[in-house]
Structure formats: structure tokens, C-alpha cells
Design a protein around this ligand. Structure first.
Ligand code: ADP
Ligand code: MG
Length: 236
């Protein structure tokens, strides 16, 4: 439709602009951070000056994260598709996130149900999973569980049965209200104090570029499951 084309053109020109601005912001940030670290070394442990320096460091990290997310959102890379194992990807994500979740009293479970193979960009799929795990962890008020699951299914597409592999991230968190569900994938929509609101819009875009689908099921006060649905690859 015309509205969609207009939207795509807007996003494309926004991308060029954003990439330029983001680079311009990133360089001075890197320089500031380097100077801050040398200053920090000269400060006494427990002094108010060091406390300030640590706050400044955290805020610089936050700016860097926003710039990184924004760059990725504005200018997503084309996926480099390779035959990959869904299992290995989930294991990698578990290993990457285990420590962070453990620190927040969150258990992480791994449920591997099939040895499904997909044609995908491993780095991009990992990034989507990390975003989903981060959201899952942030939705858990105190203790809880995040489950990474891999399973096969069959979906109907254009009147045909298509075998798919589904990568799921399930949490025992707050769930998503109907109001928030409507805006879930909108860029910059966040309910968090320090969120960028770009995680899910980047994730949806990456999965769309893979010819897949990002779906979710949620129950308020029970939890949420996000599923990455990708066509199963023929490994013959
Ligand atoms: P951010 O995490 O920076 O807020 P996202 O795009 O990742 O941005 O998510 C947008 C919003 O969707 C979040 O602020 C939150 O309100 C909601 N959300 C996403 N995932 C979950 C989840 N697993 N449980 C509850 N709410 C979620
Ligand atoms: Mg997020």
C-alpha cells in the first residue's frame, strides 16, 4: 500500500541520517570514556569523586547502548544465511546469559526437543534471543524462571504445510497488558525507565528478513512466551 511504501522510504532515509549521527556520537563517547578511566585510577576508593566517576561511567555505557540499538534499528544488516543448529544457538545464548540471570535470582532452563536445523544468520538469531531473554528477565519482579526451548512444528502457509523450527523464550514474569500489547513492536515504545524501546522492533525486523515470524503468548501476572518461527532447513 502507499502508506507502507511511504513508511519504508521514511525508515530508509532515517537510516542514513541515524547512521551518520550515531557515528558522530560514538567517537566522542569513546574518548570521554577513555579519559574517565585514567581519572578514576587516581581517585580514592570510597571518595565522593570516585562515586561520581562511577555514575558518569554508567551513564556513558547507557548512551553507548542507546546509540548501538539505534544504529542497528536504523540500518539493519542483511542476514548471511548458513545451515545452523537451533540447539547450539540456544546453548550459546544460555552460556552468554547465565551469569547475569543468576545474579538476579532467575533460573534458566534449556529444553531441547528436536535437532532442528535452520537456514539463518547465527549472530543475528543470537542477538534476537539475547534481547528476548533480557526482556524476560526484566519482566520477573523477584525470583523466577526463563526457559529456552526448541521444538519442531508444522504451520500452514498459502495452503501448504510447512515444517518449522520454533525457538521459544518463556518467562514467569509480569505478562503484557492488552494496552502494552498494541504498541509492543513500535520503535521507541518502552515501559522501562532506562529502556530504548528498540529491542523488539529490531528483533521483529531480523526475523522478518529471515522469512520467519515473531509470535508471543502472554498472561498478566503469569508470564510470557515469545517464539521465533523459522522454516526448517532440509539438511539432505
Ligand atoms: P525495552 O526492553 O527497551 O523496553 P523492547 O522493545 O525490548 O524495549 O520491549 C518493549 C516493551 O515490551 C517493554 O518495555 C515491556 O513493556 C514489553 N515487554 C517486552 N517483553 C516482555 C516480556 N517478556 N514480559 C513483559 N513485558 C515485555
Ligand atoms: Mg528490551
Amino acid at each position: 500500500s502507499t502508506a507502507m511504501i511511504e513508511r519504508q522510504e521514511k525508515l530508509a532515509s532515517l537510516g542514513v541520517l541515524a547512521a551518520g549521527v550515531a557515528h558522530e556520537i560514538r567517537n566522542p563517547l569513546t574518548a570521554i570514556k577513555a579519559r574517565l578511566f585514567t581519572q578514576q585510577k587516581a581517585l580514592t576508593v570510597g571518595s565522593p569523586e570516585l562515586e561520581d566517576a562511577l555514575v558518569i561511567g554508567n551513564e556513558i555505557n547507557r548512551l553507548e547502548r542507546i546509540v548501538k540499538d539505534f544504529l542497528q534499528f536504523a540500518r539493519p544488516a542483511d542476514p548471511k544465511l548458513k545451515l545452523m543448529s537451533a540447539e547450539k544457538t540456544l546453548r550459546d545464548v544460555r552460556d552468554l546469559m547465565a551469569l547475569q540471570l543468576e545474579r538476579s535470582s532467575i533460573d534458566m532452563k534449556l529444553e531441547l526437543n528436536s535437532a532442528g536445523q535452520i537456514l539463518a544468520d547465527a549472530a543475528q538469531i543470537k542477538q534476537v534471543l539475547i534481547n528476548l531473554v533480557q526482556n524476560a528477565a526484566e519482566s520477573i519482579p523477584q525470583k523466577g524462571t526463563v526457559t529456552l526451548r526448541e521444538r519442531k512444528d508444522v504451520t500452514r502457509l498459502n495452503g501448504q504445510s510447512v515444517p518449522v523450527v520454533i525457538l521459544e523464550v518463556e518467562d514467569t514474569g509480569n505478562g503484557i497488558s492488552a494496552e502494552v500489547q498494541k504498541r509492543l513492536f513500535d520503535p521507541f515504545f518502552t515501559t522501562k525507565d532506562s529502556g530504548t524501546g528498540l529491542g523488539l522492533s529490531i528483533a521483529a525486523r531480523i526475523i522478518q528478513k529471515h522469512g520467519g515470524l515473531l509470535e508471543f503468548q502472554t498472561q498478566v501476572n503469569r508470564g510470557t512466551t515469545f517464539g521465533i518461527v523459522l522454516p526448517e532447513a532440509n539438511n539432505s
